[in-house]
Design a protein around this ligand. Structure first.
Ligand SMILES: *Cc1c(COP(=O)(O)O)cnc(C)c1O
Length: 399
């Protein structure tokens, strides 16, 4: 028996069974569907990509996995080297793990221990955003704004370790004025809060956050598990504002295998680098640095660089703006577009009931949630395919 995610099993409708997948298409036994959510935003090059397939197969013939405890190997060395070059600034120190949630846990642990290693035991509070989503493990739930996802607030009450603020500069400044002595870090999904409702905000907020973090010696963490690798129309939000710790996941492996990385800058790394064993980072997921994941991630980044993905994403954004301009309906609250993300927010979630099946019948797989109908398509999508996705969304409101 499979226990499916985010579902009341008693009422869950039967999931569509996928028997094959290629490019932007998912295949059921009798239907061909454009995957407009890129399998939870990770499948950026499309399914069954020849180069990614080849990379996995060739590494499988050598070895699929060896642990990083006391051992190392070429795929993980090459990937950390590649990330060091590919990522901005001195984000050079790569801690690998098997999922985005764990990589967020590692980032928060790094931030807390960074100050503990300096005997600064007051800095135990995390600043986070309203509508934040950082994964489903416990600390990630705690820094998340969990009403829609988690019971943790109900179970434990508001956490004394976390302060949540809206994406408003004034609120940010006030939070630093009030809490700066106890803050160890500020964690954000930069520019685009995905699971919290595809909420978009201005880079000026992040710039101000960087200034305040510098002023008060607080670490800035960017959770780019969803936004990284082009989704916002930037390679990384970290190209615009440099965080101290960057978390990547989802598209890191081109959607092939769960893997993530917590990348620290030199300052953070040096906070652990001394003669005391107690100052070491005590973390080590079994599958960290998995050789298949590293090999396919390397190939994925290579495609990203050599196939001019940023141009593909700019084209997706331009087509999105053209196609979605003029969509108005009294049930629609807002239409938001940023890079490779399009979101139609409705006032009442009831309005989206039945849309998944409606889209399915029009050859599009989608997964609206709460008040949000959205598309986060694979970057290799053609114009015609993209128009088909938007036609389905628009037609829903024209019925
Ligand atoms: C998906 C997501 C995570 C969690 O990643 P998993 O691999 O599902 O554990 C964390 N942060 C953000 C912003 C995400 O979108």
């Amino acid at each position: 028996m499979i226990w499916y995610p985010y579902a009341q099993m008693k009422h869950m409708k039967t999931p569509y069974e996928i028997v094959d997948a290629e490019g932007v298409y998912l295949y059921t036994r009798d239907k061909k569907l454009i995957d407009s959510v890129s399998s939870w935003w990770c499948m950026v090059h499309g399914y069954k990509h020849p180069a990614l397939n080849e990379a996995i197969v060739s590494q499988t013939k050598k070895f699929a996995h060896v642990m990083l405890g006391g051992l190392t190997h070429e795929p993980v060395q090459k990937l950390s080297q590649k990330l060091q070059e590919f990522l901005p600034g001195d984000l050079d120190y790569c801690f690998f793990s098997d999922s985005g949630s764990v990589a967020v846990e590692v980032a928060l642990k790094m931030a807390l221990q960074y100050y503990m290693n300096r005997n600064d035991t007051r800095r135990t509070t995390t600043l986070a955003l309203n509508h934040a989503y950082h994964g489903d493990t416990f600390k990630a739930m705690e820094v998340g704004d969990d009403e829609d996802y988690h019971f943790v607030l109900k179970a434990y009450g508001p956490s004394k370790n976390v302060v949540h603020i809206p994406t408003k500069i004034r609120a940010l400044e006030q939070a630093f004025e009030t809490h700066h002595e106890t803050l160890c870090c500020f964690i954000v999904e930069p520019l685009l809060q995905c699971a919290g409702g595809m909420r978009m905000y201005d880079v000026a907020f992040l710039k101000r956050a960087r200034e305040l973090c510098d002023q008060y010696d607080v670490l800035l963490i960017f959770d780019e598990v969803a936004t990284g690798f082009g989704r916002t129309g930037n390679r990384f939000a970290a190209d615009l504002v440099l965080p101290d710790i960057l978390v990547l996941g989802k598209a890191l492996t081109g959607g092939y295998i769960g893997h993530a990385v917590t990348v620290a800058n030199e300052k953070v790394y040096n906070g652990f680098y001394d003669d005391l064993p107690a100052h070491a980072l005590m973390h080590g997921p079994t599958y960290m640095g998995n050789a298949l994941a590293c090999t396919v991630a390397l190939k994925s980044i290579e495609l990203f660089e050599t196939q001019d993905y940023m141009a593909k994403i700019r084209r997706i954004e331009a087509i999105s703006r053209r196609e979605m301009s003029g969509i108005t309906d009294s049930r629609i609250k807002d239409v938001r577009i940023m890079g490779g993300c399009v979101c139609v927010e409705v006032y009442d979630p009831e309005v989206l009931k039945g849309y998944q099946q409606f889209a399915y019948d029009r050859g599009v797989f989608c997964r609206p949630f709460l008040n949000f109908m959205y598309a986060m398509v694979p970057y290799i999508i053609t114009e015609d395919e993209l128009v088909q996705v938007f036609d389905s969304m628009k037609t829903w409101f024209q019925r």
